[in-house]
Design a protein around this ligand. Sequence first.
Ligand code: FAD
Length: 390
Amino acid sequence: MDTLVAPALGTGEIQRRAWQIGTDVAAPAAPDVDEQARFPSETVEALREARLLAALVPRELGGLGASVSEVAGAVRALALHCASSALVLAMHSIEVASLARNGTTGPLQDLLAEVGERQLLLANANSEVGLGGDVSRSFCALVPKEGGYFLDKQTLAISYGEYADAIIANCRRSPEAAETDQVLVVCRPPTLLLEPTSTWDTMGLRGTCSKSFHLTADIDPKMIFPVPFSTIANHGAGQLRQLLLSATWVGLAEAAAAHAHAYVRKAARKEQDKVLPNAIRFSELVLRLQESRSLLDSCTAWYEAVKDDDEAIEDVALAVALRNLKVGASRLAVECATSALTICGIEGFRRDGIFPLDRVIRDAHGGLVMVSNDRQIQDNAAVLRAWKDI
Ligand SMILES: Cc1cc2nc3c(=O)[nH]c(=O)nc-3n(C[C@H](O)[C@H](O)[C@H](O)COP(=O)(O)OP(=O)(O)OC[C@H]3O[C@@H](n4cnc5c(N)ncnc54)[C@H](O)[C@@H]3O)c2cc1C
């Protein structure tokens, strides 16, 4: 698997560390994680040891002070070996970035330092039953109680919720507030309680353990972000979500390509004088892979260029490009996976074959639904129909 996709020598340290964890820990564990639909605890422990859970924590707070493109590279490198593990790193890093950027109060900065020091794992409870992936609204609200607030949220899914040290949730500011008037709050034990309201027996991404939960927690007023949730979402968090989740779909396209590449090279060694049909199909697959990587690279470069500019980060054109990245990368992952199956034939179809593609194909389909592509396309359509230029 190393030939096509292993990080080159010039690749940064963060991506190389993730690749190493991918080969040494995530890949051997992945079949069992998938089979049992269990949390990839050994991989997350390895990420902790390599301090990658604090990749986006500034150096002065004990983190690695990595860039977003470095973390996207790490997510991609891990996804090639275990997409569920990659999603854990991606989702956690999105919350860390939110905290770093918008958690400007002393107590929230202390929490960020705790992530740096103790490698806490953060999860999110954004989607809500009845609202799905529409995070611009909430039904649940902060209810005042002595010493703070109480939150009661019927969540649609919280990935690795039962394994997280803290869960960051959006909710209405008060019971009287409009559905769009939201704040972001940190829920922590011992008052954080999660009662599962579903199982997680899915066709793919089984290691994310993204059950629905009835979440209740007492909320310390110091654990409420000082800016509205809409500001947080528009000023980087929403953009970063699209980027880092998409890095997983790019990594899955790379996983599919790696299987197909190994197959084609093996065949070529036997018939050195002929270019076999599989090699031509593989050449087409590499075009798809290049499209996928380019989508991610161009959007990451755009994000990096404007991330500190409050106006440019909110550019609608960037939002459109990022939704296209999400739709494009998730579709390309599925295309690359099915194309790899055609190339590897029965050896890819057999779960015990030499180039098994079963898990990659199932995981890749998760990208289509993890916030539905139709929702992204609908949002872009609403913007694009009013544009004069594209
Ligand atoms: C692996 C995985 C992990 C997840 N982890 C988390 C997590 O950690 N935290 C969290 O909060 N949530 C999580 N979620 C939930 C996720 O964020 C979405 O809420 C969920 O996938 C539902 O997305 P949806 O509402 O866009 O579409 P669905 O509920 O799947 O909608 C069904 C269909 O309706 C159509 N549709 C719905 N709305 C629209 C619209 N506005 N425009 C056009 N068509 C529409 C689409 O065709 C869509 O396919 C996870 C989901 C998955 C699959």
